[in-house]
Write a protein that binds this ligand. Structure first.
Ligand SMILES: [Zn+2]
Length: 384
């Protein structure tokens, strides 16, 4: 049985190097005895050091525990080694993992929802369920988990063999015959598991479901426990406080204010569209010539409003800006696309449009002068 299973409290130990396998930019090291938790069952491995060198990953091959380190670790066969497991990381993983046991048990017993997958990440933990979980169920399950944390149920770990499992109501059947490690939470959950766990539910402190999303016919539920949950709430509070400062209302008024701001934005947007159209008509009225080619400082929308109004008055307009933006409004008089294609052959132009309207960008705005003289030629039907 792997050492971490029987002595999960050991986070510092002395041993010797058993074997070293050099790879391209990594080295794999096995030890005579290691208390590191190797990745598996949805839980990432422990982090820590061997003689001060960071352990990047720990995994098993059969009964062997391998520690992955960066190349040139300086570790050689039979060398004495001090292994240090990052206790904070171990504790954090144990908290999230125990929370998963509890959440899974509550969902199953209280709401008939089965957990089909589990993943413990560095930011959050997820479980996947066999069916979609409604918001009310999530709220109720979250409350139930926090109530159980409040009851501070003990978490006990013991070993059984197949023939003395007795009547233990295991959450999931196991294929193992011997050395079955049972993790029991009060009378709430009995689970065969090789992960790391806390010894009492009070260590979870707080449980929070962050979000849920549809996943393969069920739900993927994101949750946090312990310090992660407190950190999450603090971050949320900071965000809310920032928003509050920005829009100057109390927290309970915040959602209404945001809705109102969006409505106002839509109203202003509509108003700007209307005013732009009216301004376009007014500006178009100012041009007396049949063909206008002019540098302007209008935004795109206003260029369009003026140009389209010019076309409506059977006039042709070409507007351009110093930044390289150009609009050709030919209406029915000319084929704007054809002119644009001939310009594209000579200039670095991007864009396109219809027979009566083309918009583009000249990638080298300094060439606008010579481009415009070509436009004149095209409008006058000269060869270009
Ligand atoms: Zn477990």
């Amino acid at each position: 049985m792997l050492p971490y299973l029987t002595d999960p409290q050991i986070t510092r130990f002395h041993t010797r190097v058993k074997s070293v396998v050099e790879e391209k930019d990594r080295v794999m090291v096995s030890l005579q005895k290691s208390y590191f938790y190797p990745e598996g069952g949805g839980q990432p491995s422990d982090q820590g050091t061997l003689n001060g060198k960071p352990v990047l990953r720990v995994f098993t091959e059969g009964e062997e525990i391998w520690h992955e380190l960066e190349a040139f670790s300086g570790l050689t066969i039979n060398m004495p080694v001090e292994g240090i497991i990052d206790p904070e990381k171990r504790r954090d993983h144990s908290v999230q993992h125990t929370a998963q046991h509890l959440f899974t048990a509550v969902l199953k017993d209280g709401f008939g929802v089965e957990t089909v997958a589990f993943h413990l990440g560095e930011q959050y933990t997820t479980i996947d369920t066999d069916r979609e979980v409604e918001e009310e169920v999530l709220t109720a399950a979250e409350k139930r988990v926090n109530d159980l944390i409040g009851e501070d149920l003990p978490v006990s770990v013991y070993i059984r063999d197949k023939w003395n499992l007795g009547s233990l109501p295991l959450r999931k059947a196991t294929d193992l015959a011997t050395n079955i490690r049972i993790v029991q939470i009060g009378e709430v959950d009995y689970c065969a598991c090789g992960g790391t766990h806390v010894s009492s539910l009070k260590d979870l402190r707080l449980f929070r479901v962050m979000q849920s999303e549809k996943h393969k016919g069920g739900s993927r539920l994101y949750f946090l426990a312990g310090n992660r949950a407190f950190r999450y709430l603090r971050d949320m509070e900071d965000t809310v406080r920032l928003l509050q400062k920005e829009v100057q209302v109390n927290v309970d008024e915040l959602p209404f204010r945001v809705v109102r701001l969006r409505e106002e934005r839509d109203e202003y947007r509509k108003m700007v569209q209307e005013l732009t159209a009216r301004l376009g008509v007014a500006l178009a009225q100012g041009y007396t010539e049949d063909t206008v080619v002019q540098e302007v400082d209008f935004e795109d929308e206003l260029m369009k409003a003026v140009g389209l109004e010019m076309n409506r008055r059977k006039k042709v307009a070409v507007f351009y800006r110093p930044d390289g933006r150009i609009f050709l409004f030919t209406g029915e008089a000319k084929d704007a696309r054809k002119i644009f294609e001939s310009l594209k052959a000579r200039f670095a132009l991007r864009g396109g449009g219809s027979r009566s309207l083309v918009q583009g960008i000249l990638e080298k705005p300094e060439e606008m002068g010579s481009l415009i003289s070509q436009v004149y030629s095209a409008l006058l039907d000269l060869e270009i």
